[in-house]
Design a protein around this ligand. Structure first.
Ligand SMILES: Nc1nc2c(ncn2[C@@H]2O[C@H](COP(=O)(O)OP(=O)(O)OP(=O)(O)O)[C@@H](O)[C@H]2O)c(=O)[nH]1
Ligand SMILES: [Mg+2]
Length: 352
């Protein structure tokens, strides 16, 4: 298993032995009968939200927001089969749901998800890994320096966010080390909210702005290792996630966070800290959505009139490419389009 512990791989491979529901204590007299498709309805099941996944165990928050709110430890019931359970999932739980020391309940159902953020190992790999369920915002965290920010990686996150139906926000950290403006300028052709922070002097204003963005939402952080995701989550929520150091030679983080964990934002809402990933493949994304979502988030200069009266997001893909290449979104737009075309090219898709 890789260092990335998002649950799926953990459950289906190494950690399946920890699922007590798979332990058979005596010979099963029904072993030779065909399996029934009927499953128990679990009318007594209680609903909760998965707030973290760690090595085959799922932390579930029960009765959130009530005096009975409690965190319980669960395993997945065998009948879930290969279905993944990830942070953010709404689940039905049976068994001991008291949360008492040493208790273990079972997840028997996963509710339908409103959104699903996924990545693949690389762009040609259609096998997806689910990162979180039911988030409605994505905080794309990049550092102004150390590690050096890369616009093309942000393009990837943007595509994944649009594909998942999640609102992206760009957060540039470490503004004490470099001016964030030149990097932010790469995205001026898009309707993308940009916030900046510096952990050496988190100002109340910065934190208040971020909290107002998080208020009432479920926000998942994404970004390379070492960009400061956990540092930010700690500052916003008072949590105590371990933070790492960035190697001064390679400029890489140490992959300090290894699990995906949700934290309550004091003002309301949740922020989910994720481990930095080395690759954020988009092999699972429908290429048809990529240019459309780019066009629909474009920002046009004042007085702009769409060519032939057709808004950019309603144009055919080839025409979007053509119009952006002709300068409808300026030089910045051309660069973003080039990046998207490279991305599509990696996937073996052609555009225009
Ligand atoms: N100078 C400076 N350093 C920062 C800032 N934010 C975070 N750091 C440092 O960057 C290093 C990495 O921070 P983390 O919060 O662990 O980064 P992460 O994104 O959670 O990394 P992973 O968990 O490995 O994905 C730590 O040494 C932090 O102190 C900042 O705004 N300015
Ligand atoms: Mg971290």
């Amino acid at each position: 298993m890789s260092w990335w512990s998002d649950g799926d791989e953990a459950d289906d491979e190494e950690y399946s032995e920890y699922d007590e529901s798979s332990v058979r204590v005596r010979p099963n007299p029904k072993a030779n009968r065909p399996r029934t498709k009927q499953r128990p309805a679990y009318a007594e099941a209680e609903e909760g939200v998965v707030w973290t996944v760690d090595r085959g165990r799922y932390g579930v928050l029960m009765d959130a927001g009530t005096p009975e709110e409690r965190e319980i430890t669960t395993a997945r019931a065998r009948e879930l089969g290969k279905k993944s359970v990830v942070t953010g999932d709404r689940v039905d739980v049976v068994g001991d749901t008291t949360g008492a020391e040493g208790s273990l309940a079972r997840i028997v159902r996963v509710h339908e998800r409103t959104t699903l953020l996924r990545r693949s190992a690389d762009d040609t790999d259609a096998v997806e890994r689910v990162i979180v369920a039911n988030a409605d915002q994505m905080l794309i965290v990049v550092a102004a320096a150390d590690p050096e920010p890369r616009p093309r990686l942000v393009d990837r996150y943007l595509v994944a966010a649009f594909d998942a139906g999640v609102q992206p926000i760009l957060c540039i950290t470490k503004t004490d080390l470099a001016d964030p403006e030149p990097f932010a300028a790469h995205f001026s052709c898009l309707d993308l909210r940009v916030v900046t922070t510096s952990s050496t002097k988190f100002t109340e204003q910065e934190l208040a702005e971020l909290r107002s963005i998080l208020d009432g939402h479920v926000t998942v952080t994404v970004g390379h290792s070492g960009v400061g995701k956990s540092t930010l989550v700690n500052a916003l929520t008072g949590s105590n996630r371990a933070v790492g150091v960035v190697n001064t030679v390679t400029g890489r983080g140490r992959h300090t966070s290894s699990s995906t964990v949700s934290f309550k934002v004091p003002s309301g809402g949740w922020i989910i800290d994720t481990p930095g990933v080395r690759s954020f493949g988009l092999g699972h994304v429908n290429p048809e959505n990529i240019l459309q979502s780019f066009a629909s988030h474009a920002v046009f200069p004042d007085g702009y009139r769409p060519r032939d009266g057709i808004p950019l997001d309603q144009a055919h893909d080839w025409e979007i490419v053509d119009r952006v290449a002709a300068g409808e979104l300026g030089q910045v737009g051309r660069e973003r389009m080039e990046s998207l075309q490279t991305l599509l090219g990696n996937r073996g898709s052609s555009v225009g």
